[in-house]
Design a protein around this ligand. Structure first.
Ligand code: SF4
Ligand code: SF4
Length: 430
């Protein structure tokens, strides 16, 4: 298995960056230190056998997460850091109509959802990757649409890997797609949403889904992975625990193992009974994970296909120092509440519209924070800045009210941390 960074170097760097981000030094000093560290570490990594571009990509990602943490802890309004997790919708459409989902609401209810049809074009994705790819550690190719509706999704996955990113897809699997193309894209993690072990149970919640098609697609995926002798993706069955699905848990487990799935996750759903009173969830959900192949896990989540084909944009970004990106006055608001999503992730729909997270896309107050095709600095648009400011000013009123002003999921616990990187770098001990 290829490791993307020898763990002794990763440990040393992570510990030092962690110490720096939490120390009392000014942003000015902090960025200078990061630049010095990056330049000093490059030859050390080369000595360990990493190619120059590979080493630069690793150092950009490591240092970006340190800058994110520094700015997050101080609740800065303007960010030098870049999002380190990208969420991308290859398609804004979904053929199913699950209760509570935006696709059903748009069709049958008078709703406040802001969603438009569209299919992601490679040139739109390339803009996002050129701007953030060198700094980000993963791309999640799913949010509100069905990703396998877009025939280019395997190509998008390959494009992310050129920036040394991990990739994941979550699908309802009730569509026709090219299983071999998906497997050979180098996808790391595939989640299949299947709530039931029989057609009658499955189709109660997955309205419009075709259980027979789902099962034959699982067979094709497992077969393609065997044929192509690929270690990835990890194939995961996700099973939501509603009152009507609980009785088929054991049956689903047997079926999943027989089909060659790697693990089944029995998960707690959101309550959707107000959208369909027949779909209720139990007071206590028996959540659990059953793993069929113990060899599958972090070890398989390694960057095995990307190392020889990294994008030259990584070299361009390396040339710009962190220090030279300073472009605002930075005031410390560390005692204030905030939301970590405004600092760590970015979501883009198939039309290139930017949202801060995976919260339901609303018209009013708006969820749309920018457009990758229009904004030069799309992580610091006025809606991003007003939303970050809204927390420390405790004031979301005024001209720029955003979805953050009404969101119930705001979080203030400082949890941008190195667990993300430990998983990414395959480090067991830290
Ligand atoms: S499969 Fe997912 S995206 Fe499609 S309608 Fe159901 S919940 Fe929504
Ligand atoms: S406050 Fe809510 S809507 Fe705003 S970024 Fe955080 S989770 Fe998303």
């Amino acid at each position: 298995m290829n490791k993307i960074l020898p763990s002794n170097i990763a440990n040393d760097l992570l510990q030092y960056l962690s110490y720096l981000a939490e120390s009392e030094i000014s942003l000015y000093e902090f960025l200078k230190q990061i630049d010095i560290l990056n330049r000093k570490s490059l030859p050390q990594m080369r000595k360990k056998g990493l190619s120059e571009r590979h080493a630069k990509a690793i150092l950009l990602k490591l240092s970006n997460i340190a800058v994110s943490r520094y700015q997050y802890l101080r609740r800065h309004r303007f960010l030098i850091a870049r999002p380190f997790g990208l969420i991308v919708d290859p398609s804004n459409a979904c053929p199913l109509e699950c209760p509570g989902c935006i696709h059903r609401k748009r069709k049958f209810e008078k709703s406040n959802i802001d969603w438009i049809n569209g299919t992601l074009k490679e040139k739109t994705l390339d803009k996002l990757l050129a701007t953030f790819g060198p700094f980000a550690i993963n791309t999640q190719y799913f949010n509100w649409g069905e990703p396998l509706l877009n025939k280019s999704t395997p190509q998008f996955i390959k494009n992310s890997r050129r920036f040394l990113m991990r990739t994941s897809v979550s699908t309802n699997l009730s569509v026709n797609f090219d299983a071999e193309a998906l497997i050979s894209s180098g996808l790391d993690y595939l989640v299949m949403s299947i709530d039931g072990a029989t057609a009658a149970t499955y189709e109660k919640y997955r309205v419009g889904g075709n259980f027979g098609l789902v099962l034959s697609n699982i067979e094709k995926l497992v077969e393609a992975r065997k044929k192509l002798k690929s270690q990835t993706p990890v194939i995961v069955w996700q099973y939501l625990l509603f009152d009507h699905t609980i009785s088929e848990m054991d049956q689903a487990k047997i079926l999943a193992e027989k089909l060659g799935v790697d693990r089944i996750i029995f998960a707690e759903p959101y309550d959707v009974s107000k959208y369909d009173p027949k779909i209720t969830k139990p007071n206590k959900c028996p959540v659990r994970v059953d793993v069929f192949d113990t060899k599958v896990g972090a070890g398989r989540w390694s960057i095995v296909n990307a190392l020889s084909n990294l994008d030259p944009i990584i070299d361009d970004q390396w040339e710009t120092t962190w220090f030279s990106r300073m472009d605002d006055t930075f005031t410390d608001h560390s005692k204030s509440e905030t939301c970590l999503w405004l600092y760590m992730n970015m979501a883009m729909d198939a039309k290139g519209r930017i949202m801060p997270c995976c919260f339901e896309p609303l018209s009013n107050p708006t969820s749309i924070f920018g457009d990758i095709n229009k904004n030069v600095d799309v992580f610091n648009t006025s809606n991003y800045i007003k939303s970050r400011e809204g927390f420390f000013k405790s004031d979301f009123d005024g001209d720029h009210i955003t979805v953050c002003s009404i969101c119930p999921h705001k979080k203030s616990t400082p949890n941008i941390n190195y667990n993300h990187l430990k998983a990414y770098f395959n480090i067991v001990e830290f």
